[in-house]
Design a protein around this ligand. Structure first.
Ligand SMILES: C[S@@+](CC[C@H](N)C(=O)[O-])C[C@H]1O[C@@H](n2cnc3c(N)ncnc32)[C@H](O)[C@@H]1O
Length: 422
């Protein structure tokens, strides 16, 4: 008997292997089975767990294979990784894992049945094998993070925090919601919709509920809640705001933070901008769901904003495009896709965007820069270089680091800068 959750996870992994992004790869498989399918949560969990642990799984499988894992048929690679996850990380009984993996191979890659059987049997006997002699490599494999990143984090944060960050990244993310303060408090939400969930000490308006499709969330249709990570909620709640202020969110994307700003202060004159017009398309509809005034939207390059807008905003939020390396818990695929060169290239884009956006700030106004990354190039590197070249700006408050191992949020960096004159 083939378990459908595993089959869906393997099929989605094959799509991912072909270069489709993780969320889309899984969605494309799940769409075929519908929103209420009973195997949906298990398929989702197995799919992301396998990506999360892939570095360790591939290392262990490599020891049991006679040819490189990358040379195998994608279906076989996905079946082996899933089997390895269940053996090494989830400690399922070996006979069950081997049996179900061979059945999956019989369906998706029949010629490889024998090989899947032999490799997983060997893996179940030998486990992970001995630690690598190089201690950095040993940590990278044990906690399934890319070596280049482990090396940097060890130098910056020391071993204990590096391990704590990696352990955090390897846990399953909770589904955090922002409760719309115009509807009521978290307690009122829990009361009205008979929901219970975790709370966060840093964000009183946040609640974590069990994983489920967004459209099925209690109170979603009525505008009570929106999915948003705790770190992202903190960014939106730390921008100085007041009623009537002209405010710009220049990298607004789908508008998660822009809408959070409007929930905080309804009478903002908010401009939501983004390079990609399609990203902004649904913000108006979301504003209606939440019962807030819709922001103006405008497709624009924040590195070169229109001159007629220069100097006209009291607060400007730059939620810059970044590596996302602070979000490896929710986006484990970035461990495999992001390289040091990407971090450096992004830092150059961020510098251009911050410098361009600074033109929008009025005298006495605030420029807030945020990225969900902890890398020096994308954080202090960008801000210190900006301050060097913009004497009309100063750091008005402490830069804020959200470290997953301390704040129990996704990793974020927030810098607030004030403009003294035009
Ligand atoms: C981190 S995401 C923003 C997420 C969004 N603020 C939210 O809370 O959901 C960064 C956004 O910057 C946009 N972007 C990239 N380069 C840009 C540029 N030069 N000017 C304006 N937006 C840009 C991307 O399209 C993306 O939507």
């Amino acid at each position: 008997m083939i378990d459908q959750g595993r089959q869906l996870a393997v099929r989605a992994a094959v799509r991912l292997d072909a270069g489709v992004n993780a969320e889309m790869a899984l969605d494309q498989e799940l769409q075929a089975v519908g929103i209420d399918h009973p195997h949906r949560p298990r398929a989702t969990d197995l799919f992301y767990q396998t990506i999360r642990w892939q570095i360790r799984l591939d290392h262990a499988l490599g020891r049991c294979l006679t040819r490189p894992l990358r040379d195998l048929q994608p279906e076989v690679r996905a079946i082996l990784r899933l089997g390895a996850l269940e053996l090494l990380i989830e400690a399922h009984p070996a006979y069950a894992v081997v049996d179900t993996s061979v059945s999956l191979a019989a369906k998706l890659a029949p010629a490889a049945k024998g090989m899947v059987n032999a490799v997983l049997r060997r893996l179940s006997r030998e486990g992970d094998g001995p630690d690598d002699e190089d201690p950095v490599q040993a940590l990278a494999i044990r906690y399934a993070h890319p070596r280049w990143l482990v090396e940097r984090w060890l130098a910056r944060f020391g071993e204990s925090d590096t391990v704590a960050i990696m352990q955090w990244d390897n846990t399953r993310p909770q589904l955090w919601l922002r409760v719309n303060r115009n509807k009521g408090t978290v307690a009122a939400y829990e009361d009205q919709f008979q929901v219970t969930g975790d709370h966060h000490p840093l964000v009183p308006g946040a609640i974590a509920v069990s994983a489920q499709p967004v459209r099925k969330l209690a109170g979603f249709r009525e505008g009570w809640v929106s999915p948003q990570g705790v770190g992202s909620q903190l960014v939106a709640s730390s921008l100085p705001l007041a009623a009537g202020w002209p405010v710009a969110d220049v990298c607004a994307g789908h508008g998660t933070k822009a809408l959070a700003l409007l929930e905080r202060v309804g009478k903002l004159d908010l401009l939501a901008g983004d390079l990609k017009p399609e990203a902004l398309r649904l913000i108006g509809e979301e504003a209606r769901r939440l019962g807030v005034r819709a922001p103006r939207t405008r497709s624009m390059d924040a590195a070169h904003p229109p001159t007629e807008l220069h100097g006209s905003f009291q607060a400007v939020l730059v939620d810059a495009p970044c590596s996302g390396l602070g979000t490896l818990q929710r986006h484990p695929e970035l461990r495999h896709r992001c390289q040091l060169d990407d971090v450096r290239r992004l830092a150059e884009d961020q510098a251009r965007i911050l410098s361009g956006s600074s033109e929008l700030v009025a005298a006495g106004g605030v420029l807030q820069y945020a990225v969900c990354s902890l890398e020096v190039e994308e954080t202090t590197g960008v801000v210190l270089d900006f301050l060097d070249h913009h004497p009309d700006f100063s750091a008005s408050a402490d830069q804020r680091w959200l470290l997953p191992c301390r704040e129990r949020t996704e990793g974020f960096f927030i810098a607030t800068l004030t403009r003294s004159r035009l």
